[in-house]
Design a binder for this molecule. Sequence first.
Ligand SMILES: NC(=O)c1ccc[n+]([C@@H]2O[C@H](COP(=O)([O-])OP(=O)(O)OC[C@H]3O[C@@H](n4cnc5c(N)ncnc54)[C@H](OP(=O)(O)O)[C@@H]3O)[C@@H](O)[C@H]2O)c1
Length: 241
Amino acid sequence: MSELTGRTALVTGATSGIGKATAVALGALGATVIVHGRDAQRGAQAVKEVEAAGGRARFLAADLREPAEITRLAQEAGEIDILVNNAGSSWFGPTADLDVDTYDKLFDGNVRSTYLLTAAVAPAMAARGEGSIVSLDSMAGSVGLAGGAAYSATKASIAALTRAWAAEFSPSGVRVNAVAPGPVYSDGANTATIDSLAATTLLGRGAKPEEIAEVIAFLSTPRAGYVTGATIAVDGGRTAV
Ligand SMILES: NC(=O)c1ccc[n+]([C@@H]2O[C@H](COP(=O)([O-])OP(=O)(O)OC[C@H]3O[C@@H](n4cnc5c(N)ncnc54)[C@H](OP(=O)(O)O)[C@@H]3O)[C@@H](O)[C@H]2O)c1
């Protein structure tokens, strides 16, 4: 028996980067993992990687910018014990260059998606009296990065949602937390951008996706049983000074 045996985890954006590393980590702890993404080929690869680490997984596709697809995803996923709201994207550039369509896609994909999926999953967790929700914030949510205004606002929203959901669901036994990574060399990240941000951290380097996944996995276990409403910085000390 492993720590999460008998638990089902839904990890959004698990076809890549931090999400895939989290799926592997939760699978290795015994959870049955629902690997979510849009790209079926990358989904199949992620499922293989979870299985290679000794876990069980299946892939479900959904575009989280579409509310109807979120509803379908939650229905197809069934009973969820651990929800990791990881899927997201970023946009960096001069504020005046961000067109309305890209702005809306950023907020729909990073904030509305997290809101609607949590709304679809958390009440059932609360009714069962247990569950864990971890959402991906970013150091960009709490420090000013030139060119990152809109992305930072989406990520600051995650911390606010996390606190409010802890107030709403934790009295029913559901722990709700966020993780705020610093620069991470994920599949989707621009290496030059990560290199320059990495140099600003106290540790002087960027993270591997597995270093973020380790903290998300811990928060998903009973070992983090007294942690709720928290946003944990995993940023090489970038926001400490
Ligand atoms: N990398 C960093 O430096 C960093 C730092 C702080 C916070 N974060 C946050 O951590 C999370 C993961 O980042 P990452 O760098 O690991 O990402 P990534 O490698 O770019 O992967 C993004 C994942 O999200 C999925 N996704 C994106 N938009 C989606 C949508 N509309 N519908 C469904 N799936 C969608 C992608 O799925 P498909 O491609 O299969 O569709 C993919 O699996 C994000 O929330 C990001 O903001 C990242």
